[in-house]
Each structure stands twice: as structure tokens, then as C-alpha cells.
Design a protein around this ligand. Structure first.
Ligand SMILES: NC(=O)c1ccc[n+]([C@@H]2O[C@H](COP(=O)([O-])OP(=O)(O)OC[C@H]3O[C@@H](n4cnc5c(N)ncnc54)[C@H](OP(=O)(O)O)[C@@H]3O)[C@@H](O)[C@H]2O)c1
Length: 403
């Protein structure tokens, strides 16, 4: 809580400075940073889908609706780079559609399919083009990064509109393509390790943390985060990824290809387990926690969105609540905590991550670069699995080359 309060205070104090600066530099008596562009554009280039399906539903258009600021706390960001995550592939196929529809349209006023043309892409690094009336922390021209909530239009486009609370100043030490590799997975790892797992820079030293699935987007950041805060990391991955995971700082690496993880770690006990793999893991992983010590198992692979897709919002949420409560209670009687972790969009968390990047404590792991024209290839890459870090899209380099 104190960290959040300090973060918000910092945002407030910087916002005053920003407003004063603007008054001094050409907006006399005008505290809000507002773009001076006269001509309003109606369309922009983007990759969209018009229905859910496999990769062929991806369509490039130069005529996607130009995103418009609708609330005073919103900003328009010109996208320089984006990145893909497994959720983009899943959403392309309709995953989470019921919950996303409810988030976009809580009163259910719109017709089914009103989300189309839908723009995917959860990571953005770019430049602020325009700010809403209440935005003082940012000004046009600021280089920013953000993780975009899945119910909003995404970053596979020339522009995206976001709440200023979701946006943060980009690390100065990273290029836009490097920066785009971090926001969604780093925010997810932060949410799981800090908010749900209870670790932070002040209490993490010497904590023993097991990271299942350490070689992907979330895992490569989580390993570095825990190591930066002085924790001891045991990581699981395939043998082919061991070198990468060790380079990121893992103290011990277990190759899941050489036999059951639970056998290889049977003598170990952990304070926190972060599960990026799911499936069978929760059958055995909680036995590796230190009992009666507040130790937690946090899994990112949950049935929440699948439940609401198949059962509808009300029944799906009820089923989800029953499932998580039953599991949490069962494990509580054995002295360990069972939790589900979720991505949470947070500008303040990205501010902290930006500081850690610029301090050299954490870095992006970019596995593959694609141009804006190659977005369908990038989807196939992510869909193929076996990630070693992130797949990044350079949006700005050839934004007018798609046909
Ligand atoms: N709940 C949320 O809000 C939320 C948010 C973000 C992500 N997630 C979920 O969290 C999971 C991880 O996300 P991500 O972005 O890190 O995915 P990712 O980039 O695809 O990485 C997954 C990694 O796990 C490795 N792996 C696969 N099977 C494994 C096993 N049995 N043991 C150890 N490693 C294994 C894969 O490499 P190999 O196959 O080569 O081993 C890959 O490197 C995904 O299921 C994603 O959907 C959930």
C-alpha cells in the first residue's frame, strides 16, 4: 500500500511540474497539454479481425476507425512498436469474448459482434500524441509504454487510446521495439509476484521462489524480478532454454524433459511458486511449499475466461468462484495458500519496472522481430509455442508498406 501511495504521490508531483512547464513553453494559462493538430483523421492503418478464427481472419486495412479520446483522463499514443502474447492468439480464436463483451458494454446495449473490427496486441511502446483534459502527468511528445487491457482496442495499429493510469514513461535505455517486449508480461509477473504472491523489494531477500515455465514472456521477467530483489530462484524449462534462464540469473534450473519436476525437487521447499505452465502442475506443486509459513502457489493458467465463454457470465463467474474457493480452502487446511494470478494494467507498476530497467536490474528478452507487414507470421510464431522471451512487431518502420 505504501509503495502505491508513494507512486501516486510521485505521479501527482510530476504532473504539477509538467503543467508548469507547458505554461512556460507556449500554452500560457492553459494547464492541459493538448495537441494542436487541426485536421481530424477518421481512419488509420491496422491489422483487424472481423470474426474469430484461425490466422486467416487477420486483415490489414488502411481504413480502421481512428481511435478518439472519450474520457478526460485518456491519451492517444502513436504506436512505434507492439508485441504479441499467447492471449492474442487465443483472442483471435474468440477466447474470453464473453467477459470482454461485458467489460466493453456492461449494460449489453450493443448487438453481438459489435467488437469488430477488433484490433489485437496488448503491448505498446510509442509517443503521446494527444492528452485528455484531466491528463497532466503526460504531454504530447512523451515516449511511453503500456500494457493494454484485453477489452480495449490493441496496438497492432498506428494509434491507440488508453487511460493515462495505464500508461508510463518508457525506460530511457530501451528502444521502442525493446520496450514493447515488456509491458504485458512484466505487469502480469508483477501482479502475480507482488500483489498476489506478496513479495516486494523489501521482503524478497533470501526467499526461495520456484518459477515453472521460466523461458517464456512472463517467466523471463519473473526470474529477473525476484533475483533483482535478492530472492533465490529455481526455474523450470526445457534443456534447450537452460542457458537463457541461467543468464537471466536463475540459481538452479530444472529441465522438465529429464523426468518429473516433483521428483527432481522432492527435497526442496519454497516460499512462492509462480506457475506459468498450468495443467497437471497444481496436482503436485503445492507439496513443494513450506507449510504454515504463509507460502503461496500462484498460477496464471486459470479457467476463468473459459468458464464465462462456455457457461455465460453469471454461471461462469459462479463456477469460477466455487472452483477457486474450494481449492484455496483445501490447501489452507494443509498450511499453504492457493491463488490465481491475473494481468492487471498499471501505469504505476510500469513506472517501477521502468526504473528497474534503467538501473540495469531487468531487461527485455526479445526472441523475434517482425515488421508491421508480417503480423500474420508473428502470430504463427507465437502460436507455435516454445517461446524464448518475446515476439516484437516494429510498427513504425514500414507503416505504409502493407497492402
Ligand atoms: N492470467 C493472466 O492474466 C495471464 C497473463 C499472462 C499470461 N498468462 C498465461 O501464462 C502462461 C505463460 O505466459 P507466457 O506469456 O510466459 O507464455 P509463453 O511466452 O508462451 O511461454 C511459455 C513457456 O513455457 C515453456 N514450457 C512449456 N511447457 C513447459 C513445462 N511443462 N515446464 C516448463 N516450461 C514449459 C515454453 O517453452 P517450451 O515449450 O520450449 O518448453 C515457453 O517458453 C500462458 O499460459 C498464458 O496464457 C495468464
Amino acid at each position: 500500500m505504501m509503495a502505491v501511495a508513494a507512486q501516486l504521490a510521485r505521479r501527482r508531483s510530476v504532473s504539477c511540474t509538467g503543467a508548469l512547464l507547458l505554461r512556460r513553453t507556449g500554452f500560457p494559462g492553459h494547464p492541459r497539454p493538448f495537441s494542436g493538430s487541426a485536421a481530424r483523421r477518421a481512419v488509420m492503418p491496422a491489422w483487424v479481425i472481423d470474426r474469430y478464427g484461425t490466422n486467416e481472419v487477420l486483415r490489414f486495412t488502411k481504413n480502421a476507425p481512428f481511435p478518439v479520446i472519450q474520457y478526460p483522463n485518456e491519451v492517444t499514443v502513436k504506436v512505434h512498436a507492439a508485441a504479441l502474447n499467447p492471449i492474442d492468439v487465443s483472442m483471435r480464436g474468440g477466447y474470453g469474448a464473453a467477459t470482454m463483451a461485458m467489460k466493453r458494454d456492461p449494460l449489453n446495449l450493443n448487438q453481438a459482434g459489435s467488437e469488430f473490427p477488433l484490433i489485437l496486441g496488448r503491448d505498446v511502446s510509442g509517443v503521446i500524441m494527444e492528452c485528455g483534459l484531466d491528463v497532466a502527468y503526460f504531454k504530447p511528445g512523451d515516449e511511453v509504454w503500456a500494457a493494454i487491457p484485453p477489452w480495449k482496442q490493441g496496438s497492432l495499429a498506428e494509434f491507440v487510446v488508453l487511460s493515462a493510469n495505464e500508461v508510463s514513461h518508457k525506460p530511457k535505455s530501451l528502444s521502442h521495439p525493446e520496450a514493447a517486449a515488456l509491458p504485458y508480461t512484466a505487469s502480469t509477473a508483477w501482479s502475480a509476484v507482488v500483489n498476489t504472491g506478496g513479495l516486494n523489494k523489501d521482503n524478497c531477500a533470501k526467499k526461495r521462489v520456484l518459477i515453472l515455465g521460466a523461458s517464456g514472456g512472463v517467466g523471463t521477467f519473473a526470474v529477473q524480478l525476484v533475483k533483482a530483489w535478492g530472492g533465490h530462484v529455481t526455474a523450470t524449462c526445457s534443456g534447450a532454454a537452460e542457458r537463457l534462464v541461467r543468464e537471466l540469473g536463475a540459481d538452479a534450473v530444472v529441465d522438465y524433459g529429464t523426468g518429473p519436476i516433483q521428483n527432481q525437487l522432492s527435497s526442496e521447499r519454497f516460499d512462492l511458486i509462480l506457475d506459468n505452465v498450468g495443467g497437471e502442475t497444481e496436482r503436485w506443486a503445492l507439496a513443494l511449499l513450506k507449510p504454515w509459513s504463509g507460502a503461496k502457489y500462484v498460477t496464471l493458467v486459470t479457467p476463468f475466461l473459459r468458464n464465462t465463454d462456455t457457461l455465460g457470465i453469471a454461471d461462469g463467474m459462479f463456477q469460477t468462484g466455487v472452483t477457486v474457493a474450494t481449492k484455496a480452502l483445501k490447501h489452507l487446511t494443509k498450511g499453504v495458500h492457493y491463488r490465481w494470478g491475473f494481468f492487471i494494467p498499471s501505469g504505476p507498476a510500469l513506472d517501477d519496472i521502468s526504473d528497474m530497467v534503467d538501473a540495469g536490474q531487468v531487461r527485455p528478452v526479445v526472441e523475434a522481430h517482425y515488421s508491421f507487414a508480417q503480423v500474420p507470421d508473428a502470430f504463427l510464431k507465437v502460436e507455435g509455442g516454445h517461446a524464448r522471451g518475446k515476439t516484437v512487431i516494429d510498427i513504425i518502420s514500414d507503416e505504409h508498406e502493407c497492402v
